[in-house]
Design a protein around this ligand. Structure first.
Ligand SMILES: [Zn+2]
Ligand SMILES: [Zn+2]
Length: 426
C-alpha cells in the first residue's frame, strides 16, 4: 500500500490526542459528544418555516449545534418575504407570530402585500446560543449542476457567500466548488469544510467522480430527504457501497485522504410529518470535542472523531493497538448488530461499467468485486470488537438496531449508526 499523506497521519495523531484528553486530562475540559445537523433549509430558500422556528425545534430536541444551509444564499442583510407567496404561507406566519410575538416579528403592508422580514443569522442567533449548550454555524448549500446532474456542496462555517462555480463535468463542478471553500479558508484563516450532499439525488454523482475530488473530506452517507436514494437501486450503487469503493480507491490506489460519512436531515418541511416529506430528526452527527465551538467541531470531524446516525447512539469508539472497539449506548428492548466492513490488500481491482438497454455504458457507479467493502466480522450485543489482522486497507463499523425508525426516510428503516473508517498506521 502507498504511504498516507502526512496530513492524514497528523489527523490520526489528533484523534489519539482526543482519546488521551478524554481519559486522563487534568485542568482540561473533558471531551464529550455533541449532537448536530449540518444540512437544513428555511424560508431563506425553499424551506417552509422561519429560521427562528426551525432553530427552536432543533434546540428543544436535544441538538447542540445547527447549521442552516440554504441554497445559494447566506441569511444576511434585508430580505422581505411576501406571506401570501412564500412556502410557509399564512399558517406558518401565524405560528411564528404566536411564538415570537409582535416585538420580535417585523411585518409591513406594501402595495397590497403583507410582508415579513426574514431575520439574518447575525440577529436571531443571540436568542438561542448558549456556551457549551447550543451553537449555530454559518452555512450555505452551494447549489450547482452539470447539465442535468445536480451537484450540491455544503460549505460549513464559511464567512462569505460563495456563488456556484460551474465547470465542464460533474467532477470539475465538484472540484471548483470545493476549491472555492478551501480558498476562502486559506484567505480568512477560518476553519471551514465542504461536504458533498446526497450523491444519488437525480443520480447526480458517481463514486468514480467523487473519489477524485481533491480536498473533499466528507459526504452524506445518510440524508433524510425522500428523493435522495441513499439505498440506490438495481442500476445505481447505494451510498454505503459508494463509500467503500471511494475509500478503497483513495487509500490504496489514488494516494488520497479518506472521505468521512455524514448523517443529515436536509429538512424543508416543518408543518406536516410524513415519509414523503423532508422532515427534521432523521439523520445527524455526534462529534467528540472538548468545546462546543465551530473550530473544535471541525477539528474533530477532520480527525474522524465523530459518527453519523439515524438513531443509534454510541458511548465510545476507539482504536487501541490493533483492536477497534465500539460501545453502544443502549435503549431498553432494542438489540444491536455491529458490522465491521473493509477491504483487504490484494483485493480484486477489476470493475465494469453498467450498460443501458442500448448496450452503451451508463454514467453510473461501476460494478466492483465483492472484495471491496466486505463484511469482515459481524457481532451482536452492546459492545463489539475487531482485532486488525494487518492486511486491512481500512475498517469501518456500521451498527444496525432492531428499532424501526419513526417517521422514517424510507418505510421499514431501522435505526443505524456509521462510524468513520480506521486506517492502519504504516
Ligand atoms: Zn441539495
Ligand atoms: Zn439541501
Amino acid at each position: 500500500m502507498k504511504p498516507y499523506p502526512n496530513r492524514f497521519v497528523a489527523a490520526l495523531t489528533a484523534a489519539c490526542t482526543v482519546f488521551f484528553v478524554f481519559t486522563s486530562a487534568s485542568g482540561a475540559a473533558p471531551s464529550q459528544w455533541w449532537k448536530g445537523n449540518l444540512h437544513t433549509h428555511t424560508l431563506w430558500s425553499d424551506g417552509d418555516d422561519y429560521p427562528e422556528m426551525v432553530t427552536a425545534w432543533y434546540k428543544s430536541n436535544g441538538y447542540d449545534f445547527l447549521a442552516l444551509s440554504d441554497h445559494n444564499v447566506l441569511s444576511a442583510g434585508q430580505r422581505w418575504s411576501d406571506i401570501a407567496k412564500n412556502k410557509g404561507g399564512d399558517a406558518a406566519f401565524r405560528k411564528y407570530l404566536d411564538r415570537f410575538g409582535e416585538s420580535w416579528v417585523e411585518q409591513k403592508h406594501e402595495e397590497g402585500k403583507h410582508l415579513v422580514r426574514l431575520k439574518p443569522l447575525g440577529e436571531y442567533r443571540h436568542l438561542f446560543e448558549e456556551p457549551n449548550r447550543f451553537l449555530m454555524i454559518e452555512s450555505e448549500e452551494i447549489t450547482d449542476a452539470y447539465q442535468d446532474a445536480p451537484v450540491h456542496i455544503n460549505a460549513t462555517n464559511l464567512r462569505h457567500f460563495i456563488k456556484p462555480q460551474g465547470g465542464g463535468s460533474v467532477l470539475e463542478v465538484m472540484q471548483n466548488n470545493v476549491n472555492a471553500v478551501l480558498r476562502q479558508r486559506r484567505e480568512t484563516g477560518q476553519p471551514m469544510v465542504a461536504h458533498l450532499n446526497h450523491p444519488n439525488f437525480v443520480w447526480g454523482v458517481t463514486a468514480e467522480e467523487l473519489m477524485r475530488v481533491q480536498g473533499e473530506r466528507f459526504f452524506e452517507v445518510y440524508n433524510g430527504h425522500p428523493a435522495v436514494h441513499n439505498e440506490g437501486d438495481a442500476t445505481h450503487a447505494g451510498t454505503d457501497r459508494m463509500w467503500d469503493i471511494i475509500l478503497t480507491w483513495r487509500l490504496a490506489i489514488l494516494n488520497m485522504e479518506p472521505i468521512f460519512g455524514l448523517g443529515v436531515d436536509d429538512s424543508h418541511n416543518y408543518h406536516t410529518q410524513s415519509s414523503d416529506l423532508s422532515n427534521s430528526g432523521r439523520g445527524w452527527i455526534m462529534v467528540r470535542a472538548a468545546h462546543l465551538t465551530p473550530e473544535h467541531i471541525i477539528k474533530a470531524m477532520e480527525a474522524g472523531d465523530f459518527y453519523a446516525t439515524s438513531g443509534v447512539r454510541l458511548k465510545d469508539f476507539k482504536r487501541e493497538l490493533n483492536r477497534l472497539t465500539i460501545e453502544i449506548d443502549p435503549e431498553d428492548g432494542v438489540s444491536y448488530k455491529t458490522l465491521f466492513i473493509g477491504t483487504r490488500k490484494g483485493f480484486n481491482q477489476t470493475s465494469e461499467p453498467i450498460l443501458g438497454n442500448d448496450g452503451k455504458p451508463l454514467r453510473v457507479t461501476h460494478r466492483y468485486s465483492d472484495e471491496i467493502g466486505m463484511v469482515l466480522a459481524e457481532q451482536t450485543g452492546l459492545s463489539a470488537s475487531y482485532p486488525m489482522r494487518g492486511d486491512e486497507i481500512y475498517v469501518r463499523a456500521k451498527i444496525v438496531s432492531s428499532k424501526l425508525k419513526q417517521n422514517p426516510y424510507l418505510k421499514g428503516e431501522y435505526e443505524t449508526a456509521w462510524v468513520q473508517p480506521f486506517i492502519p498506521n504504516e
